[in-house]
Design a protein around this ligand. Sequence first.
Ligand code: SF4
Ligand code: SF4
Ligand code: SF4
Length: 292
Amino acid sequence: EENRQKKMLKFSHITKVHPCFNEKIHDKVGRVHLPVAPRCNIACKFCRRSLGKEACEHRPGVALSVLKLEDVENYLNKVLKEIPNVKVVGIAGPGDSLFNKETFETLEIINEKFPDLIKCISTNGLLLNKYYKKLADLNVKTVTVTVNAIDPEILKDIIEWVYYDKKIHHGIEGAKILIENQIDGIKKAYDEGLIIKINTVLIPEINMEHVVDIAKELKDFAYMQNIIPLIPLYKMKHLRAPTCEEIKRVREECEKYLPQFRACGQCRADSAGLIKEKKILEDFFKEKNKEK
Ligand code: SF4
Ligand code: SF4
Ligand code: SF4
């Protein structure tokens, strides 16, 4: 308990103003995503995607198109003009942020041109133990890591393969690598002063009774956990989403170990700010095409 309070205090200057880390201001402070990271290095069974192509779906939002580095500054200027009170800029895909060098180049652009924005990234964590220091050096404050299982027997049913060390690792072998790297990366990132949020997709038929083990394992390193319901898509089409009661029960169990974030609507297109973000990006590409 004492440990938890210390952690909360240490990070409060950031979490006070970050909408994904603070339910109280979730609807008041804006954040924008830059879709600069198209490729992914793992294959989640609920995610329709293909390696190397831009049609990579991450969470429910599919990025319209990938933003090029040379457009980052203009696009951000447009967003800041049109959406009030944007304080956070996030890189969350559409693939894995750490698997795309454009992510790091974008962070440099933000540091130079928009030094006041809080920088945030979301990742599957496979490469976090390689890049945590680089992220801290680039002045990233918050990192969201999606951890859906810490037992390879369970994770092997959630991901098909992991691309690591220039090889595709299927099944349990891939699951082991991902879990090891995630936990190692989270601990190192925490020691480096980064604020970690754990995202966990609740898949009733696969990880429902296991999610609490994730909270237990990471309680000393993560700041909070965000449990989100499975949206049954792609190779998980035949599985069911959790009921509200199930989500509530699992969050209550996990809360004994890790504070829970409950305001997250997974950035679905039904939230007003995000519809606006989508429209701004559409307009941006339209205007750009006209110039050509
Ligand atoms: Fe929020 Fe995740 Fe985006 Fe960061 S990367 S701003 S935590 S949605
Ligand atoms: Fe899709 Fe994200 Fe999983 Fe990659 S890490 S397969 S982008 S859900
Ligand atoms: Fe972040 Fe979730 Fe809010 Fe989207 S809905 S801004 S992912 S907390």
